[in-house]
Design a protein around this ligand. Structure first.
Ligand code: GUN
Length: 291
């Protein structure tokens, strides 16, 4: 039996559940506004994917593509318009933003009721309080969903997260330690001493660093569940795109030791999109409860 966690298959199940939830809604469809600033190739591909999946589920997406030269005042003005637009349930500003823009101020500018990324201080605060009305960041929420739907036990287990970003590491640690999930969580980062030894204690090891070969076989306990959040582009002449995708984990060497492992691509990536759709439907239904 394969130990692979199939993110595409689990995301597909979630898409079907969401489509069923909104199939009979009267009036307008749920709507997510997607904001992209500049031409970062990965962001172009992620935003296009989000738009495509939204359409498949029956969610409207509105693309707002701004030039690299956009000022903070112009971006703020767009967000203010989207915040005020009653036909927009959800707003996502694709990160990373160009360097001259203030990412944190931008995330905080999005109305907490439409902040389906969960990056604003309002939603992060609610997550800390274990308030279920919070929007939880999509990648961490997707990882937890993958773990739950794959039957991986979290209660009392040792979870080690590598990476302390706002987008993954910090909210993921909060999710894993919350009541009902009940993992014992360690967060490692670039200044952590004895990284390999800490990782080797993990029942659930999650790498969100963005560097190939961050996790090698010696760092993984026999029978651990390994979740690879990294999506790294490696130049590859044989591919039409000119690159291939690899994760943070040395997959070939690590996979034989694991009870479960996510591939890259096809692991965490599709779940991030699925949870964006789930948060959009949650926002929509909170405003337009259905009979
Ligand atoms: N860039 C990488 N992951 C994410 C995400 O989950 N949301 C946004 N807005 N940008 C990202």
């Amino acid at each position: 039996m394969s130990n692979l966690i199939d993110g595409n298959q689990i995301a597909g199940q979630i898409h079907a559940e969401l489509a069923a939830k909104i199939a009979n809604v009267k009036g307008r469809r749920p709507c997510v506004a997607l904001v992209r600033v500049g031409e970062d190739p990965a962001s172009i591909s992620y935003v296009a994917k989000k738009s495509k999946v939204a359409a498949e589920i029956g969610i409207e997406s509105r693309l707002n593509i701004l030039p690299e030269s956009t000022s903070q005042a112009e971006l703020d003005a767009l967000l203010d318009r989207l915040n005020a637009d009653d036909t927009v349930d959800a707003i996502l500003v694709q990160a990373p933003l160009p360097k001259h823009l203030d990412e944190q101020a931008t995330f905080n500018r999005v109305s907490p009721q439409k902040d389906v990324d969960g990056f604003s201080f309002a939603n992060l605060g609610k997550l800390c309080q274990e308030d279920k009305s919070a929007f939880t960041a999509c990648t961490p929420a997707g990882i937890l969903e993958l773990i739950k739907r794959s039957g991986v036990e979290t209660r009392g287990k040792r979870a080690v997260v590598i990476g302390r970003s706002l987008i993954v590491g910090k909210p993921l640690a909060l999710l894993l330690m919350q009541k009902g999930v009940d993992a014992t969580v360690s967060v490692c980062h670039s200044r952590s001493e004895n990284l390999a030894a800490v990782c080797a204690e993990a029942d659930i090891l999650i790498s969100a660093v963005g560097r190939p070969n961050t996790v090698t076989a010696d760092m993984v306990k026999e029978g651990a569940c390994v979740i690879d959040v990294g999506i790294n582009r490696i130049p590859c002449a044989e591919k039409k795109s000119g690159y291939r995708l690899v994760g943070d984990v040395d997959f070939e060497a690590v996979a034989p030791k694991c009870s479960k492992i996510t591939p890259v691509p096809g692991g965490v990536g599709p779940m991030t999109v699925a949870m964006l759709m789930s948060n959009t439907v949650k926002s929509f239904l909170s405003k337009t409860p259905q009979k």
